[in-house]
Design a binder for this molecule. Structure first.
Ligand SMILES: NC(=O)c1ccc[n+]([C@@H]2O[C@H](COP(=O)([O-])OP(=O)(O)OC[C@H]3O[C@@H](n4cnc5c(N)ncnc54)[C@H](OP(=O)(O)O)[C@@H]3O)[C@@H](O)[C@H]2O)c1
Length: 235
């Protein structure tokens, strides 16, 4: 009976792609990559973090803390490794990271774009390097035309990316992308991570999703804490 159920599930494209995604490659070595990487390990994935310095002290500490399912590598080794990939790079370094990784290693894969195209200002809120008529998410999709880019996790601080715990229940995580099957995969990951996933539409919706990062940062400046997240009310 179980074997029949597994055969039925594996004959559907959705389960097939989901089942194949047990190796995650995250391009990045910062707080976001480390938090998401730990979350994926805790959720049963093998995870590799990619960096120009894969043997740095901070990555050695991350690897030690996350056990045998955790590894580090160059951007290229990481992009090769992952069936599912995520981008957690500084916006201004993102194109270079993709080039160092080798664009061919992204082809046909789901790529979760966590980046925000921020411009930092010494005494104020960051602003967006692109917006209104374009977005970072669309730029990433243009850099990776043969991949399925899904923008997600960009509208919350890294401390709450995995298992967000707020008194009002699971917060919303807005996401967008062009490929429905890729979005189904990311939706399932968001649910596993403890979010209420909210699909906004195609990748061009990154034009409204990326400014949510500025809203989140503005409230952090105002409240003095990073302990907030977004939720939409419906009726
Ligand atoms: N911090 C948050 O809570 C948060 C929340 C949501 C979204 N985001 C977005 O997530 C992304 C990652 O944020 P983060 O704070 O974890 O780290 P970050 O400091 O913004 O980025 C660190 C990563 O960017 C790479 N990088 C920087 N310059 C590069 C270059 N010229 N070429 C190639 N790679 C380069 C670094 O590579 P090396 O490892 O080689 O140094 C490192 O892996 C950003 O786009 C950020 O806007 C951040």
């Amino acid at each position: 009976m179980l074997a029949t159920a597994m055969r039925t599930l594996s004959s559907s494209g959705k389960w097939g792609r989901w089942a194949a995604m047990k190796k995650v490659g995250i391009l990045g070595s910062g707080d976001v990559a480390q938090k998401l990487g730990a979350g994926f390990v805790a959720s049963g994935y093998e995870v590799r973090l990619g960096s120009r310095e894969p043997r740095s002290e901070k990555l050695a500490a991350w690897k030690l803390a996350n056990g045998s399912a955790a590894s580090t590598g160059s951007f290229e080794e990481t992009a090769q490794f992952g069936d599912l990939l995520a981008l957690a790079t500084l916006w201004t370094g993102t194109e270079n990271a993709l080039r160092l990784a080798g664009l061919g290693h992204f082809a046909g894969k789901v790529v979760i774009d966590v980046t925000n195209p921020l411009v930092f200002h010494p005494n104020g809120l960051p602003s967006l390097a692109v917006g209104n008529t374009d977005s970072g998410g669309e730029q990433v999709q243009r850099w990776l035309p043969h991949s399925h880019v899904v923008k997600a996790f960009n509208s919350v601080g890294n401390a709450h990316m995995f298992r967000p715990d707020f008194p009002g229940g699971p917060p919303d995580m807005f996401y967008c992308g062009n490929d429905e099957a890729a979005k189904d995969s990311v939706k399932a990951i968001l649910e596993t991570f403890g979010w209420n996933p909210v699909d906004l539409g195609g990748i061009e919706l990154a034009r409204v999703l990326e400014p949510l990062c500025i809203l989140w940062v503005a409230f952090m400046f105002h409240s003095g804490t990073p302990n907030h997240s977004l939720k939409m009310l419906h009726r």
